[in-house]
Ligand binder design. Sequence first.
Ligand code: NAD
Length: 373
Amino acid sequence: MLTFEKLYSMGHEEVVFFSDESSGLKAIVAIHDTTLGPALGGTRMWPYASIDEAVEDVLRLSRGMTYKAAVSGLNLGGGKAVIIGDPKTDKSEALFRAYGRYIESLNGRYISAEDVNITVDDIDHIYTETNFVCGVAKAHGGSGNPAPYTALGVFRGMQASAMKTWGSKSVKDKVIAIQGVGHVGFELGKLINEDGGKMIFTDVREDNIAQFKEAFPSAEFVAPDAIYDVDMDIYAPCALGATVNDDTIGRLKCKVVSGAANNQLKEDRHGQELKDRGILYAPDYLINAGGLMNVSIEFEGWNDSKSRRMIDTIYDTTLHIFAIADEQNIPVNKAADVLAEERLESMRKIQTTYLGRGSDHRFPGSKARHNKL
Ligand code: NAD
């Protein structure tokens, strides 16, 4: 059950329930922390079994967004939203437009985007009612599909890991095992292939397997559970979370874990275990932030080169986090948290001294976007 004690312990500022009976909308928006700016995070649609389950998810995901934005150097806070429903049967224009009107009522404290089971078409319905949404179609002045940008960030994190491990940022002749060749995994394949890396891959969807084989004939396919046991230099999880766990960790023969999936470590202690086994872990929530960086510049006018320059910074930030991990003798996942918390803490001090809490957190760029319309 949602209690104030729970919100205090996780640090949330605001949780809003939206319901619209006529369209069947049941949505929860969680704004975790707006110290750095308005809370930006995707909306997920999922047939949660209970409200408690939906609340758990939205609290956890929104907190993660605060850390992701902070470590990525973005002037954004952390937020997330969930719509309770079956994406196959419960979607309608009316539902997303009702949702858009509710987001508008938050006056820019929360900015939405795509997440699991939400498409660009759904975003476009939301955009009809509010400007506080990004990931809008390119045809409507947005940034479109985020996957190539997410993949670029993951590749920069992989290059930083290669530099730290082998003294060169190239992955030429390295064997990279990709788990999941969907939107991001496929784009990552392109970048690895261009750099001369060798790929072993797995997936559970026949169409995605066929597409990958056709694009990269030299890549070797293995069955889903075999991916943990192959001879590899880099393990790139791009499908599910929690794949670094008690069952898999002893099987990984790699020197680096670097992929797109969220929450790759099943538990925090698996970060320490990777360290003890001499496996370098590229922090997931930093290196998969390319998609977030990409949508964040929609408000000031999106363009491809601006987005790529921003995402390139993931290389240096990853190396910086490795340095913190070495200096403090802590696992990399903890070092990423240290960097995020340091930034949040320093900004909280400035706000206390100069701005005070409760200042207008509207994203400055959003006004520009309003003016354009
Ligand atoms: P996607 O659904 O397009 O691709 C995931 C792929 O993994 C699919 O091809 C699916 O069949 C495959 N898969 C599922 N279960 C599997 C299993 N047990 N073994 C092997 N393959 C399996 O998703 P995506 O957009 O490419 O995202 C991939 C991961 O990256 C997700 O964890 C997502 O949360 C994360 N991520 C994505 C983005 C983005 O911009 N799309 C941004 C940040 C993080």
